[in-house]
Design a binder for this molecule. Structure first.
Ligand code: PLP
Length: 355
């Protein structure tokens, strides 16, 4: 009998989804000019990625709107992180979940979805070496049409962006300054645009820097294959409404070589393994930092952890066979860190000598 009584003062949750949010900030770099790069480590969410925030929001909204009923079925194309988020919400709330995936997805993400009971439908790669985003979407639409399953459509569902409201609140609560720059890899646009929209609603003057892989067409570049998974849109894929161009102040493209080399350098420097798109966003922030006004606070959204990419981004053989390993680039990135460290040391000396 007593076992049924709620133990109100205990710090225990009943559902893994209650652990979403309150992810930590890690200071990666501080410069002599008082500027810093902070990493918002979204891998500390259940499922190991930011995307579970928006998976929860989309599922709860669908229930409210009557688009998901008890025992219902969810189908969505995914490179894996949205899928693991939806798989978690589906198992907690009694739905079946079908993820439509391609050979571009990190194998460990596919295994994680399966471990949580998701059904996987594989779409043959189109042979380009890039993601089969267009085919994935077609197959998911077809399944939804045939079965009546709920298809969240993360590229156009406004609850994707709304899922990052809490993240914005966490940043302002954790910092004693404004967020001057928010840097994030853009796929659907939800994490960067959703966070920026809410930061501004809360009074922040943040500037948003969107990052996509070289070869992605979101910000107007030419389409080409790329290996960063989750971010970017390949040629032929219509960019969805959740990329809010009106909210993004700057955009840049980062190549796979730079993205993956940065992730590896960060791993050696901090002991934290970030995913490939986190590497790209950090690289963009590192390059930009030197040009920013003194005392700037730059927050980089790190979507997921490197542990999901031990067989790719962190595997020498995988990189070498794809021509993605470049020691000179890796050294250049290390020198960038050293230069910032040195600027801090020199500033400390100036303060120390009163000059
Ligand atoms: C690893 C990774 N990085 C970046 C993104 C891009 O995030 P968003 O879709 O919120 O733009 C995703 C999205 O799935 C992702 O999985």
């Amino acid at each position: 009998m007593t076992a049924q009584l709620p133990r109100l003062r205990e710090n225990v949750v009943r559902y893994a989804s209650e652990l979403i949010g309150a992810t930590p900030l890690l200071e990666l770099v501080t410069t002599g000019a008082g500027s810093r790069i902070l990493l918002k480590l979204e891998q500390f969410n259940p499922t190991g990625s930011a995307k579970v925030r928006m998976a929860r929001e989309m599922v709860l909204a669908a229930e409210r709107e009557g688009r998901l009923r008890p025992g219902g079925h969810i189908v969505e194309p995914t490179s894996g992180n949205t899928g693991t988020g939806l798989a978690l919400l589906a198992l907690e709330r009694g739905y079946t979940f079908t993820a439509v995936v391609d050979g571009h997805a990190a194998e460990d993400k596919l295994r994680a979805m399966k471990a949580m009971g998701a059904q996987l439908v594989h779409v043959d790669s189109d042979g380009s070496g890039g993601p089969s985003t267009v085919q994935r979407r077609r197959v998911a639409d077809d399944i939804a049409c045939r079965t009546g399953a709920f298809r969240p459509d993360q590229h156009n569902n406004p609850h994707n962006n709304a899922g990052y409201r809490e993240l914005a609140g966490e940043l302002l609560a954790d910092l004693e300054t404004d967020v001057d720059y928010l840097v994030g890899a853009v796929g659907t646009g939800g994490s960067l645009c959703g966070t920026v929209a809410e930061l501004r609603a809360l009074g922040s003057s943040v500037r948003a820097i969107g990052v996509e892989p070289v070869g992605s067409i979101i910000f107007g570049g030419a389409g080409a294959p790329y290996w960063q998974t989750g971010a970017g849109s390949p040629s032929g894929f219509p960019v969805g409404a959740n990329v809010r161009y009106d909210l993004v102040d700057e955009a840049c493209q980062i190549g796979d070589v730079e993205a993956f080399a940065t992730a590896r350098v960060v791993a050696r420097r901090t002991g934290m393994l970030v995913g490939g798109t986190g590497g790209a966003a950090i690289y963009a922030a590192l390059r930009r930092l030197v040009q920013l006004p003194a005392d700037s606070t730059v927050v980089v959204l790190v979507c997921d952890a490197g542990e999901k990419y031990l067989d790719s981004v962190y595997d020498d053989e995988w990189l070498l066979t794809r021509g993605l390993r470049n020691d000179a680039v890796q050294q250049r990135i290390r020198r960038l860190f050293t230069a910032y460290d040195e600027s801090l040391r020199l500033a400390g000396c100036r303060v120390g000598t009163g000059s």
